[in-house]
Structure formats: C-alpha cells, structure tokens
Write a protein that binds this ligand. Structure first.
Ligand SMILES: *[C@@H]1O[C@H](CO)[C@@H](O)[C@H](O)[C@H]1NC(C)=O
Ligand SMILES: *[C@@H]1O[C@H](CO)[C@@H](O)[C@H](O)[C@H]1NC(C)=O
Length: 508
C-alpha cells in the first residue's frame, strides 16, 4: 500500500503547492491580504475563526502578498520600535528584547519562510489606524530606515523579531501623525535594498480620498512598487461604485502614470473582506468581482485587490480565493486599451451630469453639469472612468455611413440639454435611437439632480441615467451615496438615458 500510495500523495501535494513561481509585481491578478490584526476576533467571539499563524493562510494560490500588520510604534523604549500582531505575537503576552517593547516573535520565522517558499512575499506594514508614528527630522527618518533594514530585512542585529527570516519589503499604512520626512525614509530603504541580492518591495496604503492626508507627500516624492488604496471608510469607497462623483479609481490611475516617480507603480483596489472588517465599503463577492474586473480592463495601472484582513476573508467563505479566481480568469498579464468610444470633448461646450466624452487618453463622465475641460482633479467636474486609446470621434456626417442605429459617438454636444444639437440634421434618420425595445423607467421631464437644490421627501431627480426619489428632505447628498437618502427607482429608458450619458437630444 505504501509503495502504491506514496507517489499519489507526492503528486497531490505538488498539485496543491505548485506552481511556486515567485511573486510578480507586474501582474494584474495579485491579491494582497493584511495579516496580523485579527480583525475577525475584534468583532466576534467564536475563537475558532480567530487569526491563525501566518502559514495557515498560504496553503494555496489565493494570496500573493502578506503585509504583516503592524509595526505600530516607531521609537519605543531602548530606541527600538515595537510590533503588535494581536493574538499571535505582542509585547504583553510574549517576551520582549531586554530594555525594549519589541516582542521576540522568532517562532514565526518558519511561517514566513514557508510562505516565501510558496512564491509569496511577506512585508512589514508600518503604522495602522492607531500607530505612534512619524519623524521629527530627516536624520531620524534615515536612522529608522537603517533600523528596519537591520531588524527585518537584509541587515543583521541581535534583536530581530522574526529571527533569520528576511522580509520582502515595507508597507506604509500611515493614517496619522506628520507626513514629513517619509521620502527620506523610503529613499534610504531603497539605497539599502538596491545593492542586495534579493528583490524588495515598497508599498503604501492610502485612503481613497485623493490626495491622501498623511501619505500624499511621500507618494509624490518617493518611488513605490504598488499602492493598496483603501476603498472603504470613505465616500469614495466601493459602496459608491459607479457614481462618478464618488468612485475615483481613475484619479489614482492618472496619478500612477503621470505623477508617481515610478510610472509603473501598481494600483490595487483595497476592500474590506467582510461586513465587519470596516465601517463602510464592504460589497458582496460578486460585486467586488465585477468592479475589480472592470477596473482591470479599464486602467493599465491596475495591479489586483488588497483585502483587510486574512482572518475576515477566511471566515467569509474564502473571499480571498473568490476574488483571486475572478482576477485570474480576467487574465494576469497584458492590457488592451479600450477604444475612445465616447465623443471627443468639445471645448466651450456644456454637458449635463452623466455625459461621457473622450479626452487626453481617458473616457470621462461628467459628475454634474460640466462646462470645463476634463482634468484629473478630485474637485473637478469630470471623473475618468476608463483609459482609452485613439481619439473620440468628432462630429462629421461622413462618418455616419453604415453605423448601427445605436451608435451615438459622432454627435457633437450642445450647450444646453433641451436644444437640438446643431449636428443632428446631419444624422441619417436610420441612426435615431429607439426606445421602444429598451427596458427602463420613464425619466422624461424629470430634472437632473443638482447639489445646490434642497429637495423635499418624494422629489424625483435623474442622476447618472437613473431615476431617484428622495426619502426625506435632502440637500447636497449625492444619489447612491453613503447617506442612502435617495431610493434608486431604476435606470432610465433609453431615450433619456442617451441624453443623460451623452448630451444628445434624440431626434424624433
Ligand atoms: C505569544 O504568546 C501567545 C500567548 O501566550 C502564544 O499563544 C503565542 O504562540 C506567542 N507567539 C509567539 C510567536 O511565540
Ligand atoms: C552584522 O554583520 C557585520 C558584518 O558581517 C558584523 O561586523 C556585525 O558585527 C554584525 N552585527 C550583528 C549585531 O550581528
């Protein structure tokens, strides 16, 4: 029996643990999951689902990167930092190095090495929501980088919390304190890792609100390999997708490709791994899959999904594995630019909320009534909803020949909603959009939502091609936003939908 079985066991084992290809930062299907804070345990009492040791989470190919959370005190007793990994290792329950508050977690070295041997990276996350962090000078930031190198990365020290395990980089999850001097820290880490015989990664986890209050400065002045944008606990969180005035992945893509020092920096969608993992932003797995795949197909900087945290993901039906499967199915390599299918932006024109235009390598959607040129400005009138290649088609009667009846890309917008476009006379009658076969609620005559108007309960508005009813008195609360004051009555029937999306008054 043994002779018969052992090859089978060997094959089964190699299927489970292979391929052990090394982490590839350039891919589009990476899943990064924070480990260390036992988020499940903070909100539940059934200890069976509490955070396990690290190696428990790297038994399959779901998770590619583990930021270990957190190094929460930069400078503690003895001049050394402190780390707190909740129920797995902390300064209270575990022994500390003499004269410090730094716990000896060296029994985790084998867990880290096991995950690394399976092709995953394990990095050290600095900060956290309650971290005691920050620098008072460039010299302090530089010295701290040397300390991180010696204690956790390729340096050496007699006070290494993870013993001889060499972590794969650092993650900045700075959510408070001064943002000064962080670029010095990152550059010093880079100078130490550049000469090493192993690849190291530097990431950051900004809030989705752009620019990030704590990390905005260092994100523009130091080089990062990836950013794990927290699309939760904020109005721009996943709960707001696809409301153009809230959802802002396009701003981060534009930052990555035009402002970031590393133009190949990868942008992840950071998501809560269960409804109890964050105050807001949790969406069910099929919604997250749809959003992630859409962003993967729309923005070349997309790198994958980050989850908070491992304990929540495993207890929530392997949310991590489910998103990994969707990302892998969408393709881990290669990016095909969508064509600039929306009409070209026309300078001097005005567009109602929901209008789409092509301009500067992006398709933009008007957040509300827009009369300015699209720019990647968080307070601007436009939101980039997809990168695109080619230029949007300008009005030209010759280009209409043979186009299907639903094509609306060739029509020049006009300055007001209710005035027929000057170009509509050139449209052959066969291109008139028809609404007879299209589902949707009637929205004709309903005004577009205006953030400056106070609405009574029961008032109806059109916003992003949907009909909305106010539940009670409201002003400046965006339909579909977090306050949930508006009831979504459904997508508008096609004729008005085209008005809302492209500022085209259908010909009749
Ligand atoms: C830390 O202490 C806790 C409680 O005694 C223990 O369960 C855990 O294994 C320790 N962690 C390490 C890494 O030794
Ligand atoms: C670190 O390595 C250097 C060079 O091998 C050695 O001189 C130094 O004593 C080591 N320090 C510690 C704390 O082990």
């Amino acid at each position: 029996m043994n002779l018969m079985l052992s090859p089978l066991i060997f094959i089964a084992a190699s299927l489970i643990f292979s391929p052990t290809s090394a982490f590839d930062n350039s891919r589009y299907d990476n899943v990064a999951v924070y480990w260390g804070q036992n988020s499940y345990g903070a909100t539940h009492s059934d200890t069976a689902n509490f955070q396990q040791r690290l190696a428990y989470y790297c038994n399959d190919n779901a998770i590619d990167a583990f930021p270990v959370a957190f190094l929460n005190i930069f400078v503690g007793p003895g001049g050394l930092p402190s780390i707190n990994l909740a129920n797995v290792c902390n300064p209270t329950d575990n022994s500390t190095f003499p004269g410090t508050a730094l716990p000896d977690c060296s029994s985790l070295a084998s867990d880290i090495q096991t995950c690394q041997s399976r092709g995953k990276i394990v990095t050290l996350s600095l900060g956290g929501a309650t971290g005691s962090v920050g620098f008072s000078s460039d010299n302090q930031a530089s010295a701290f980088a040397q300390t991180i190198w010696d204690l956790f990365l390729g340096g050496n020290s007699s006070t290494r919390p993870f013993g001889n395990a060499v972590l794969d980089g650092v993650d900045l999850d700075i959510e408070g304190g001064s943002s000064d001097h962080y670029a010095v820290f990152v550059n010093k880490i880079r100078s130490l890792t550049d000469g090493a015989n192993k690849r190291y990664y530097i990431t950051a986890a900004p809030q989705c609100v752009f620019p990030d209050a704590s990390l905005g400065g260092v994100l523009n002045t130091a080089s990062f390999d990836a950013i794990y944008v927290q699309f939760y606990n904020n109005p721009c969180g996943l709960q707001s997708y696809p409301i153009a005035s809230n959802w802002n992945f396009g701003i981060w893509d534009n930052w990555a490709r035009t402002t970031s020092m590393n133009k190949n920096v990868k942008v992840y969608i950071g998501a809560p791994a269960s409804s109890t993992a964050a105050g807001s932003g949790y969406v069910d797995i099929s919604t997250l899959q749809n959003i992630a795949v859409k962003m993967r197909q729309s923005f070349p900087s997309f790198g994958g999904v980050m989850l908070w945290d491992a304990s929540q993901a495993f207890a929530n039906g392997r949310y991590d594995l489910a998103i990994k499967n969707a990302l892998a199915a969408a393709g881990g390599t290669g990016f095909i630019y969508p064509s600039c299918s929306a009409p070209a932006y026309v300078s001097g024109s005005s567009y109602p909320g929901g209008s789409k235009v092509s301009y500067g390598g992006y398709i933009w959607q008007a957040k509300w009534y827009a009369s300015s040129q699209p720019t990647s400005n968080p307070n601007g009138e436009w939101s980039a909803i997809s990168a695109c290649s080619g230029s949007g088609v300008l009005s030209s009667s010759s280009t209409h020949t043979g186009l299907p009846s639903t094509t609306t890309t060739n029509i020049q917008p006009t300055s007001t909603i209710n005035t027929p476009s000057t170009s509509t006379t050139s449209i052959p009658s066969t291109t008139t959009p028809t609404s007879t076969s299209t589902p949707g609620v009637p929205c004709a005559g309903i005004p577009t939502w205006d953030r400056t108007i106070a609405y009574q309960g029961g008032a109806q508005v059109v916003y992003v091609a949907h009909l909305w009813s106010a539940k009670w008195w409201t002003e400046a609360e965006v339909p579909g936003g977090t306050t949930e004051v508006w009831t979504d009555d459904g997508i508008c029937a096609l004729s008005i939908r085209h008005v809302a999306e492209t500022n085209i008054r259908p010909t009749s």
